[in-house]
Design a protein around this ligand. Structure first.
Ligand code: HQG
Length: 185
């Protein structure tokens, strides 16, 4: 990796930290839908000793393959599309009817607990599911050898569970009861 791509990656990680988990590290608070004003974000970031320009921020947003961030229509605000742990952030996504099946990548040590409790959101505000197996594999591989769980999303939706589709294509729901999960043999 060259120096500039290192800067992009490190800035993306920093923006994920601020916009999903700990805006207080630069003395800020997300609004109720998770947005921060970009001018204040840049100012506070520089005041806390990290270099950030509008140009770099736009480049990170545009170059992020996972489209982690969105700008507001007027271009003045930024938020993370999913992955939050900050409490009381309501993304106000529309409830959407999910495809028949969705997938979740995890690892073997969690399986027994998932069989008993279903999928829980743990530190984040939602359980994260993907429409394709490849993405679920990558998510699971962050923790070890990935194990793919199949979620009967359509049936779950029919029985009253709400699903939301984030701006970057991640399916979100509150929890997945074990009855809707197919475990690999
Ligand atoms: C597991 C990344 C035991 C769950 C990814 C997962 C994703 C349980 C972990 C996004 C459990 C939570 C989210 C239960 C769930 N017992 N373990 N009852 N229920 N788990 O990181 O889905 O790169 O909060 O299987 O790509 O891994 O950050 O969620 O292993 O989209 O943009 O508890 O984060 O996106 O872990 O990943 P996480 P996740 P970014």
């Amino acid at each position: 990796m060259n120096r500039h791509s290192n800067v992009l990656t490190s800035t993306s990680k920093f923006l994920s930290l601020v916009l999903r988990h700990q805006p207080e590290v630069i003395g800020m608070q997300l609004d109720s839908e998770g947005w921060l004003p970009i001018d204040e974000l840049i100012q506070n970031t520089n005041q806390h000793g990290r270099e950030l320009t509008l140009e770099l921020l736009h480049e990170v947003v545009a170059s992020c393959a996972k489209k982690r961030f969105s700008l507001s229509e007027d271009g003045l605000m930024i938020r993370a599309n999913q992955g939050h742990s900050v409490p009381n952030v309501e993304l106000n996504l529309d409830c959407t009817s999910p495809p028949a099946l969705l997938y979740h990548g995890t690892v073997a040590p969690f399986l027994e607990s998932i069989r008993q409790q279903g999928l829980l959101k743990r530190s984040r505000n939602h359980v994260h599911l993907s429409a394709d197996i490849e993405t679920a594999k990558k998510v699971g591989a962050r923790r070890g050898k990935p194990i793919i769980l199949t979620v009967q999303a359509h049936t779950m939706h029919e029985s009253g569970h709400a699903f939301y589709l984030s701006a970057n294509g991640v399916w979100l729901t509150d929890s997945v009861p074990a009855a809707f999960i197919e475990f690999p043999e």
